[in-house]
Design a protein around this ligand. Structure first.
Ligand code: NDP
Ligand SMILES: O=C(O)C1=N[C@H](C(=O)O)C[C@H](O)C1
Length: 271
C-alpha cells in the first residue's frame, strides 16, 4: 500500500481524490490537509465528501502531516502558490509528489523544479489519460498538416476557475508551437479591435468561462476548404483523479526529477 497524502480536501479535485484513493486497493489514505482556518480542519476527511468516517483527521500543517503519516507520495491539486510551498515541504522530507495545480509562472515553475532536484515530482496541468493522448495527437496533426493550416486552441471551464487560459490550453499551445517550429512570441491570447489579417505564424488561445463546465479543449486546424477539430470534453472529474493516482503509483520510489504525464504514460519524446 502506498501511503498517500492529499492536500486541499475541501476542493473539487480534493474531494474526488479522497474518494478515488479510498476506493483504490493499492493506495492508503495516510493524511489530508485543508487551508488554515478551514472548517474541515480537525474533522474526519470523510466529512468533506460524505464518504463516512475514513479515520484520517484533516490537518492544516502539511509538514507535520507528512511526518505523522510517514507519507510516500503527496497528491496536490490546490494552486500554484500553494504547490510551490508544498513541494518545498516534500523535498525536505523525501516525499514524492504529483502536482495537478495550474497557473504557474515561469518563476513558480522554476521553484518546483528546484524542489524536484531532491524528490521525484510529476507536474501535469491535466492528468486525464484521454487529454494527454489528445495533446500528443495535436502535435502530430500539426506536424503532418504543416504550414497550410491556421491553428487555434479554445478552452471552456466552469465559472469558478481562477486561472486563464487553462494549464492544458497552455500545454497544447506549447506542443503545437514546438511541432510547427514556432515560439512563445507566436501565441495570441485575445483579439479585439482593428487587428488586421491573421499573421500566418500565429497560434491563438481563447478562453470561455461559465456554469459548471468541467473542462473542454478543442484544437482547430483551419485550412482552405476544410477544418479539422480535435476535441476533449470532460463530463466529470474522475479521469483527472484516476490519472493522478496512476501518476502517484509511477512516481513513488523514482529518482529525483521533474516529470510529466508523457513520462508516466511512457510516450516517446518527440521534441
Ligand atoms: N491537472 C489536472 O488534471 C487538473 C487540474 N486542476 C487544477 O487543480 C487546482 C484545483 O482545482 P479545483 O479542485 O477545481 O479547485 P478548488 O478551488 O475547488 O480547490 C482548491 C483547494 O486547494 C485549497 N487551496 C488553494 N490555495 C491554497 C493555499 N494557498 N493554501 C492551502 N490550500 C489552498 C483550497 O482551499 P480553500 O477552498 O480554503 O481556498 C481548496 O481546498 C487548480 O489549479 C486547477 O486548475 C483541476 C482539475 C484537473
Ligand atoms: O480548473 C479546472 O477545473 C481544470 N483545470 C485544468 C487546466 O487548467 O487545464 C485541467 C482541467 O481542464 C480542469
Amino acid at each position: 500500500m502506498i501511503r498517500t497524502v492529499i492536500t486541499g480536501v475541501t476542493g473539487r479535485m480534493g474531494g474526488t481524490l479522497l474518494r478515488l484513493v479510498h476506493d483504490a486497493k493499492d493506495l492508503e489514505l495516510a493524511g489530508a490537509t485543508a487551508r488554515k482556518g478551514s472548517a474541515a480542519v480537525g474533522q474526519d476527511a470523510g466529512q468533506a465528501t460524505r464518504l463516512g468516517t475514513l479515520g484520517v483527521s484533516v490537518g492544516d500543517d502539511l509538514g507535520r502531516v507528512l511526518e505523522s503519516a510517514r507519507a510516500q507520495v503527496l497528491i496536490d491539486f490546490t494552486s500554484a502558490e500553494a504547490s510551490v510551498a508544498h513541494a518545498r515541504l516534500c523535498a525536505e522530507r523525501g516525499v514524492a509528489m504529483v502536482i495537478g495545480s495550474t497557473g504557474f509562472t515561469p518563476e513558480s515553475r522554476a521553484e518546483v523544479a528546484a524542489s524536484a532536484k531532491s524528490i521525484p515530482v510529476v507536474l501535469a496541468p491535466n492528468t486525464s489519460v484521454g487529454v494527454n493522448v489528445v495533446i500528443r495527437m495535436a502535435a502530430e496533426f500539426a506536424r503532418v498538416l504543416g504550414e497550410g493550416y491556421d491553428v487555434e486552441v479554445l478552452e471552456a471551464h466552469h465559472r469558478m476557475k481562477k486561472d486563464a487560459p487553462s494549464g492544458t490550453a497552455l500545454k497544447l499551445a506549447e506542443v503545437l508551437a514546438s511541432a510547427l517550429g514556432r515560439g512563445q512570441e507566436d501565441l495570441t491570447f485575445a483579439r479585439q479591435g482593428q487587428i488586421g489579417a491573421r499573421p500566418k505564424q500565429e497560434i491563438g488561445v481563447q478562453t470561455l468561462r461559465g456554469g459548471d463546465v468541467v473542462g473542454e479543449h478543442t484544437v482547430y486546424y483551419f485550412g482552405e476548404g476544410e477544418r479539422i477539430e480535435l476535441t476533449h470534453r470532460a463530463t466529470n472529474r474522475d479521469q483527472f483523479g484516476l490519472g493522478a493516482l496512476r501518476a502517484a503509483r509511477w512516481v513513488t520510489g523514482r529518482s529525483p526529477g521533474l516529470y510529466d504525464m508523457a513520462d508516466v504514460l511512457g510516450f516517446q519524446r518527440t521534441s
